[in-house]
Design a protein around this ligand. Structure first.
Ligand SMILES: Nc1ncnc2c1ncn2[C@@H]1O[C@H](COP(=O)(O)OP(=O)(O)OP(=O)(O)O)[C@@H](O)[C@H]1O
Ligand SMILES: [Mg+2]
Length: 167
């Protein structure tokens, strides 16, 4: 079962980018991240944060018309999809997503277009605007909950050792 792992307040564009960048160390080849939220909610901004944290200050255009844009990161390729203009679910196969699902990271804006193909193993970032306030919910199944939690604990443990080492 998927549940909300974390809710984050996003004060400005940089905060949305940082949230994307912050997830980068947790990702492995084969992961799928669904970017949900209304038009202009910040999905591309989030993807830009993640991609730039892996590749430096590269240009990350919105794949509104190309539907997909790929990036060669050090450990895996990142495929950034925007499916808003996808006409029917089965058109997704023409974009080469099958190969990407195996050994790349897929970031998918407007994943509602391929709802029937999703299996619940994806991590979801749900970006919301309520009046002037923007928030993001990070939603995932037990595997994601464990992974994000374990890595955080690991970081804390390493941080603790570093502190002891300094003493
Ligand atoms: N936390 C934030 N606070 C204020 N503005 C933000 C925030 N995050 C992103 N923005 C701004 O919101 C605008 C829309 O962002 P973006 O293009 O990322 O949205 P999107 O969800 O990808 O839209 P679309 O559905 O059209 O693909 C941009 O101008 C971006 O700078
Ligand atoms: Mg977008």
């Amino acid at each position: 079962m998927s549940r909300i792992i974390k809710t984050v307040h996003l004060a400005d564009e940089d905060a949305t980018m940082s949230l994307g960048a912050g997830l980068a160390p947790y990702l492995r080849a084969g992961d799928v991240v669904l970017l949900k939220g209304d038009l202009g909610a910040g999905k591309t901004t989030w993807a830009r944060g993640l991609i730039c944290s892996l590749l430096g200050d590269v240009e990350v255009p919105s794949p509104t018309y190309t539907l997909v844009q790929t990036y060669d990161a050090p450990n895996f390729e990142v495929w950034h999809f925007d499916l808003y203009r996808l006409k029917q679910e089965s058109d997704i196969w023409e974009l080469g997503i099958e190969e990407a699902l195996e050994d790349c990271i897929c970031l998918i804006e407007w994943p509602q277009r391929i709802d029937g193909l999703l299996n619940g193993s994806e991590l979801t970032i749900s970006l919301n605007i309520n009046k002037a306030e923007r928030t993001a919910e990070i939603i995932g199944n037990a595997d994601w909950q464990t992974r994000l939690e374990e890595e955080r604990l690991e970081e804390e443990r390493l941080g603790e050792e570093a502190k002891l080492g300094d003493a």
